[in-house]
Design a protein around this ligand. Structure first.
Ligand code: IPM
Ligand code: MG
Length: 363
C-alpha cells in the first residue's frame, strides 16, 4: 500500500526527531512492502518566522489530503505569550486539532521493561508495572471556551475562561475509552471534579450511561485531585483513564513523568475520520535543539501508533515497538535517559540502531 503522510517538523528538536521517525517509516516500508509519500507542512514558530503566522492558510486542507499527520514539536521562547495569538505556536496546535476534528487524544504511559529503574517511584511500585492509556478530550472544554479580559470598576482587570461540555462531546470520547478498554484490561477510570463543577456532573452522568452499555468493562469515578495522588502512589491500578481537556493535559504530564522519561512517550490524536495526528508528548526543547542530543524514541513510537490506529497495521506497529525495546535492552541511551557515568548516543545513532533492529527482527 501507498500511504500519504503530512510532516510537520516544527520547532526546536522537532525537525531532528521527525527526521529519525521518517527513517523508521522508510525502513518499515522497505521490509514490509509499503511506500510512504510525504508532504511537508509548515506550522508553529517556524511558520510565524516564514509567513507571519503560526497556522498558515490551507494547513488543514493539506493535512486532510493525507492519510496521517506526523508532528515533531512546536513552540519556543521566541514566540512567547507576549506575542499576538496568531504568531504563537500553541494557537496553531489547538487550531489544527479542532479543524481536523481530533477530539480523542491517546497518551499511553508505559514503563518499558528495560527502563524500570528510571521510574522515580518506590521499587515495589515500579515492579508492579505501569501500563495505562490516558484518553484526553482534545477539542472542547476550557481550552476552547470564550476568553475574556476586561476592566472592572473596583477590582482592576479581570479575566475569565469559559468551560463548557455537551453530552455529545462527552459521549463520543467516553465511547472511545470503553472501546479501547475492551482491547486492553477492561477497566475505565473516569476523572472529573463532580463535587464542584457542573460540567463534571454532566460528564459523570454520561459516563454512567455508557458504563451500563459496556457491562464487560469495569468502571470507576475518580476525582481529579485524588487521581493526581493515585498516579504517584500506585499508577499500576489504572488501565484506561478518560478525562476532559485540561485535566488530561495536566495528568498526562504527570503520568509521563512517573514512567521515568518523557522522551519515550508517544501520542495519537484521532477523530471520526482520517487523518489522525501523531506526535511525541514532549515539547520542542529549544535548549538542546540542533545538537544531536534529543531522544527520537517518542516520535518513533508515535509512528507505531500511526501504524496501529490510522493504517491498521498491527504487525508493523509491534515491529517498531519491539525494535525500540530491544535497542533499550541493549543498553543504548540518549542523554536524557542515560544514568550518571553511562555514555550516551546521539539522536541519529539512536534512529540508526532502531532501523537496524527492525531489519534484523523482520528476517
Ligand atoms: C499538550 C500541550 C498543548 C496542550 C499546548 C502546547 C497547547 O501542552 O499537547 O499537552 O495543552 O494541549
Ligand atoms: Mg500539555
Amino acid at each position: 500500500m501507498n500511504y500519504k503522510i503530512a510532516l510537520i517538523r516544527g520547532d526546536g528538536i522537532g525537525p531532528e526527531v521527525v527526521g529519525e521517525a521518517v527513517k523508521v517509516l522508510n525502513t518499515v516500508g522497505e521490509v514490509c512492502g509499503h511506500t510512504f509519500a510525504y508532504t511537508e507542512v509548515l506550522l508553529g514558530g517556524c511558520a510565524t518566522d516564514a509567513v507571519g503566522k503560526s497556522y498558515p492558510d490551507g494547513t488543514a486542507e493539506t493535512c486532510r489530503a493525507c492519510d496521517a499527520v506526523l508532528l515533531g514539536a512546536v513552540g519556543g521562547p521566541k514566540w512567547g505569550s507576549d506575542k499576538p495569538a496568531e504568531q504563537r505556536p500553541e494557537t496553531a496546535l489547538l487550531a489544527i486539532r479542532k479543524d481536523l476534528g481530533l477530539y480523542a487524544n491517546l497518551r499511553p504511559a508505559v514503563l518499558r521493561p528495560a527502563m524500570a529503574e528510571a521510574c522515580p517511584l518506590k521499587k515495589e511500585t515500579a515492579e508492579r508495572g505501569i501500563d495505562l492509556m490516558m484518553v484526553r478530550e482534545l477539542t472542547g472544554g476550557i481550552y476552547f471556551g470564550q476568553r475574556e479580559k476586561y476592566e472592572t470598576e473596583d477590582r482592576g482587570m479581570e479575566a475569565a475562561d469559559r468551560m463548557a461540555y455537551s453530552e455529545k462531546e462527552i459521549e463520543r470520547i467516553g465511547r472511545r475509552a470503553f472501546e479501547l478498554a475492551r482491547l486492553r484490561r477492561s477497566k475505565v477510570s473516569s476523572v472529573d471534579k463532580a463535587n464542584v463543577l457542573e460540567t463534571s456532573r454532566l460528564w459523570r452522568s454520561v459516563m454512567h450511561r455508557l458504563a451500563e452499555e459496556y457491562p464487560d468493562v469495569s468502571y470507576e469515578d475518580v476525582l481529579v485531585d485524588n487521581c493526581a495522588m493515585q498516579l504517584v502512589r500506585d499508577p499500576g491500578q489504572f488501565d484506561v483513564v478518560v478525562t476532559e481537556n485540561m485535566f488530561g493535559d495536566i495528568l498526562s504530564d504527570e503520568a509521563s513523568m512517573v514512567t521515568g522519561s518523557i522522551g519515550l512517550l508517544p501520542s495519537a490524536s484521532i477523530g471520526d475520520a482520517a487523518p489522525g495526528l501523531y506526535e511525541p508528548i514532549h515539547g520542542s526543547a529549544p535548549d538542546i535543539a540542533g545538537q544531536n542530543k534529543a531522544n527520537p524514541i517518542a516520535t518513533i513510537l508515535s509512528v507505531a501508533m500511526m501504524f496501529r490506529y490510522s493504517f491498521h497495521l498491527a504487525a508493523e506497529a509491534d515491529l517498531v515497538e519491539q525494535a525500540v525495546d530491544s535497542v533499550l535492552a541493549g543498553g543504548w541511551r540518549t542523554p536524557d535517559i542515560a544514568k550518571a557515568g553511562e555514555t550516551a548516543i546521539g539522536t541519529v545513532k539512536m534512529g540508526d540502531l532502531i532501523c537496524e533492529k527492525i531489519r534484523e527482527l523482520h528476517k
